[in-house]
Design a protein. Structure first.
Length: 304
């Protein structure tokens, strides 16, 4: 049954890519359902840092291996990826023109998930020390999840179906994820007093204000923690110290400005908060492995 469902998902995903006219220039598009994006990658990509936004990644064909500092994980048709808060992840992509990587990104709906946590009477105390684990993890796909995803893909061709049926299908998928062994990641995301939720609030602030001067003591106060506790918890959840995380956020945004908006390295560095273009170039090369002038080598889509 699972094998047949996976085969059907790959077929429908391919049809959707044609429907949304995904090409080498636009390999990631918004679908008719708000909060769901479709992607397709037609070639292998070596290990490359990439910004992963908060949400769930479900793959219907192909695979990826992610590296988050000392953590390594794979995700493919058998395992979706839960990203409870935005992370810069170094990924290796396995795809070809004959067997492209195809999948969707699903935004986390805090209202729907919070209501499910309440309806299911899930208590965070049952997870104990899991509260400060890394907020990124693969989760096994069950037969129920496959069926749910097949329903979802089938409504993404029709605006009315997507609008009326899509949200309830996503709610069902969140329900199955909450039942899984990785459900604590979604539950803690909704718990205001959890460490994950507090760090997520800080990360949301960093994402909006990355170009400004950010001070660790102010971020710690935002999380309601002392500076020392904030450092410890932030690194447990994110795997990077706060300042290192901020630097990666800036570099990833600069990369996008260069690729998607055609900015020069100098202008991109200024836009993300660098005062020295030389320092920016050094840190860019150290992080991405190539200087800004060779940025096309690490892109999974062509420049506009």
């Amino acid at each position: 049954m699972k094998a047949e469902l996976k085969r059907q998902l790959a077929i429908v995903a391919s049809q959707l890519c044609e429907y949304y006219k995904i090409s080498d220039q636009t390999n990631r598009v918004h679908t008719l359902l708000t909060g769901v994006r479709l992607f397709r990658i037609d070639r292998y990509h070596k290990l490359t840092p990439k910004m992963y936004e908060q949400g769930i990644v479900v793959i219907f064909q192909g695979s990826k291996i992610g590296h988050l500092n000392q953590h390594q994980f794979g995700y493919d048709v058998e395992q979706c990826l839960i990203v409870s808060t935005s992370y810069p992840i170094t990924c290796e992509t396995f795809a070809s023109q004959q067997e492209p990587l195809m999948g969707i990104n699903i935004d986390l709906d805090i209202n729907a998930i919070s209501q499910l946590v309440s309806d299911m009477e899930l208590e965070s105390k049952n997870w104990g020390e899991l509260d400060t684990r890394c907020g990124v993890s693969p989760a096994p796909m069950t037969e129920s999840m496959y069926l749910c995803m097949l329903e979802l893909l089938n409504v993404l061709h029709n605006p009315l179906d997507a609008k009326v049926l899509g949200p309830s299908i996503l709610r069902q998928f969140f329900y199955y994820l909450l039942q899984s062994e990785k459900g604590y990641l979604l539950a803690h995301y909704c718990e205001q007093d959890s460490s994950l939720a507090k760090i997520s609030t800080v990360i949301g602030h960093v994402q909006k204000n990355f170009a400004q001067k950010l001070h660790v003591n102010e971020l710690a106060a935002m999380a309601g923690m002392s500076v020392s506790v904030f450092h410890k918890v932030f690194k447990q959840v994110v795997t990077d110290p706060p300042l290192q995380y901020i630097k990666k956020i800036r570099l990833n945004h600069a990369k996008n400005y260069i690729l998607q908006e055609g900015l020069s390295a100098s202008l991109a560095s200024q836009r993300v908060g660098y005062e020295s273009a030389a320092q920016f170039s050094r840190e860019f090369k150290r992080y991405f492995g190539v200087p800004p002038s060779r940025i096309d080598e690490i892109s999974d889509y062509s420049r506009k």
